[in-house]
Ligand binder design. Structure first.
Ligand SMILES: [Zn+2]
Length: 186
């Protein structure tokens, strides 16, 4: 099993900002197993979510999942964690998921309506796990591009996000009958 739910201790993790990297201590919020299972059940009919999970479970990398409200949802790549004694086991990085800020469709999204509300948290979880899958399947590209993004290259950051939307998030939303973003910044 290469998906590891993190819930026991505060996690000291380097965070990936738009242009800077800083160290923060992220306290888990709620029970990770319960939240993961709830997300998974809600996306039960999404074959893309199933494929993401299967790919990560079968990979030789270990992907951590942490639910916390102390950071924006993001995927911290494994290469960022290599120098950290307690975090280097997460060779496939860590998916941070913030239950307090689910995705909110805007009027630019395909399928948007005034009453569609926030998307299920599972879409956020599987967005971040989609990044982990990019890291498993396109390792060299993902490592190089996330390094450039963390150094402030916005084009690099958007290329990672657009690839993730096209390969994972938009497919999941389409399968679930949910609105989806045409572009990452919409
Ligand atoms: Zn993303």
């Amino acid at each position: 099993m290469a998906l590891k739910l993190i819930q026991n201790a505060a996690l000291e993790a380097p965070a990936q900002g738009a242009e800077t990297m800083h160290i923060g201590a992220y306290k888990p919020r709620g029970d990770s197993i319960d939240q993961y299972m709830t997300c998974r059940e809600i996306l039960g009919s999404s074959s893309t979510a199933t494929l993401i999970e299967k790919t990560l479970m079968e990979s030789d990398k270990v992907v951590g999942v942490l639910f916390t409200d102390q950071a924006d949802s993001m995927h911290i790549p494994g290469h960022v964690l290599e120098a950290h004694d307690t975090l280097k086991i997460y060779t496939g990085g860590i998916a941070l998921v913030n239950p307090a800020s689910p995705l909110n469709p805007s009027s630019k999204w395909r399928g948007y309506s005034d009453d569609c509300g926030s998307l299920p948290l599972g879409v956020s979880l599987f967005h971040e796990l989609g990044h982990a899958k990019q890291g498993v399947e396109k390792t060299v590209w993902y490592n190089e591009t996330t390094r450039a993004a963390m150094a402030g290259d916005k084009t690099a950051r958007l290329s990672i996000e657009q690839d993730n939307l096209a390969s994972h998030e938009n497919k999941i939303c389409d399968e679930m009958g949910l609105p989806y973003r045409r572009k990452y910044e919409d």
